[in-house]
Write a protein that binds this ligand. Structure first.
Ligand code: SAH
Ligand code: AVI
Length: 325
């Protein structure tokens, strides 16, 4: 995939040996930044799971409520005996709702294809799904969703529908987001579909609270990146001296996460010294928020047409169903 145009680079799946190179490059930049994909070591993944349950972080539960409310319409969009491909499937929790809905309303799926970069976990999840849904072939694929990945033998002549929930698309800059959706477009092929979860633009207070919860879970998630760098890259960040900040950048339509040092200091990473001025920040994540027009534009850039957008009653989050041209 091409690099993100907006620092920090978005989630993707660079091999581990690039971690050091990415960190050195990010800290050498002006402004300093770190790629958000490195949040997700073991501790980071657990912290992210806790974020999804804090009261201020509305996206996860709002999206789940949309899936529950619109299950029948989503199943009918997926269609009769289609192949559902989830990009970055993790524990496949959200797909279970769609698998159930397809069984109930459109006589099931021809296959479910969970794709994830994390191989051993993927196999474990796939085995669990096979036991739970014995009538659905579960065909896991290990691979990076930002690249075209060869698919297993799929039932022929079936509509393919991609599934990309959680507003993960928001962690890509605009150019990269379109490139990722274009890859999905090529995977599902003309006439195929995509169900995309995307967080919507809203007031700054709600957005900033979602990324700076009172219990400090998001702050710990952000700082864990420095803990990881200290541990894995022989660095000496004084982690507690870096303050978590969430900033709504309205002109770029994104929540930015930063780690700010109030005092001037020097930090060493793998024998390289980095100087920080008082008040300087490391930009660690962008989380883009969308309007309906932005979703239409992004879809069009990637060769999709938006058919339906479902939202919750408060208009916080959107689930878009789109068709590949
Ligand atoms: N789709 C699920 C899981 C989200 S967690 C849900 O919304 O609940 C994100 C998952 O994406 C993780 O399991 C991670 O391993 C995977 N992932 C992240 N970047 C990836 C990439 N570039 N290619 C494939 N999988 C990726
Ligand atoms: C994974 N991703 C969609 C989350 C988001 O909302 O951008 C990551 C996150 N960062 C802080 N809180 C949650």
């Amino acid at each position: 995939m091409s690099a993100s145009v907006d620092a920090p680079p978005a989630e993707s799946s660079a091999p581990d040996h690039t971690f050091l190179a990415d960190v050195l490059a990010g800290l050498s930049g002006e402004p300093k930044s770190l790629p958000c994909k490195y949040f997700y070591d073991g501790a980071g993944s657990r912290l992210f799971e806790r974020i999804t349950a804090v009261p201020e972080y509305y996206p996860t539960r709002t999206e789940a409520a949309i899936f529950a409310a619109e299950a029948e319409r989503i199943a009918r969009f997926i269609g009769l005996e289609a192949v559902l491909i989830e990009f970055g499937s993790g524990n496949s929790e959200k797909s279970r709702v769609l698998l159930d809905a397809c069984e109930q309303y459109v006589s099931g799926l021809a296959a479910y294809v969970p794709q994830d970069i994390s191989g051993p976990f993927l196999e474990e999840v796939a085995n669990g799904l096979r036991a739970e849904y014995p009538s659905v072939p579960v065909l896991p694929v290990v691979g990076d969703f930002t690249q075209p990945v060869p698919l297993p033998d799929l039932p022929p002549h079936r509509r393919r529908v991609g599934f990309f929930p959680g507003s993960t698309i928001g962690n890509f800059g605009p150019t990269s987001a379109a490139a990722v959706l274009r890859t999905f477009h090529d995977t599902v092929g003309a006439g195929g579909g995509l169900i995309l979860g995307a967080d919507l633009i809203k007031d700054a207070a709600t957005l900033e609270a979602a990324y700076d919860d009172a219990a400090g879970v998001t702050a710990a998630f952000n700082r864990n990146l420095l803990v990881r760098i200290n541990r894995e890259l022989n660095a000496d960040f004084p982690v507690e001296e870096f303050r978590h900040e969430a900033r709504w950048n309205a002109s770029k339509s994104r929540v930015e996460m930063h780690l700010v040092t109030d005092a001037a200091r020097s930090v060493t990473v793998a024998n390289r010294r980095f100087d920080f001025a008082a008040g300087e920040s490391i930009h660690t994540e962008n989380s883009y928020k969308f309007s309906r027009d932005m979703l239409d534009g992004l879809a069009a850039e990637a060769g999709f047409t938006v058919n339906t957008v479902w939202t919750d009653p408060r208009g916080l989050f959107a689930v878009a169903a789109m068709t590949a041209e």
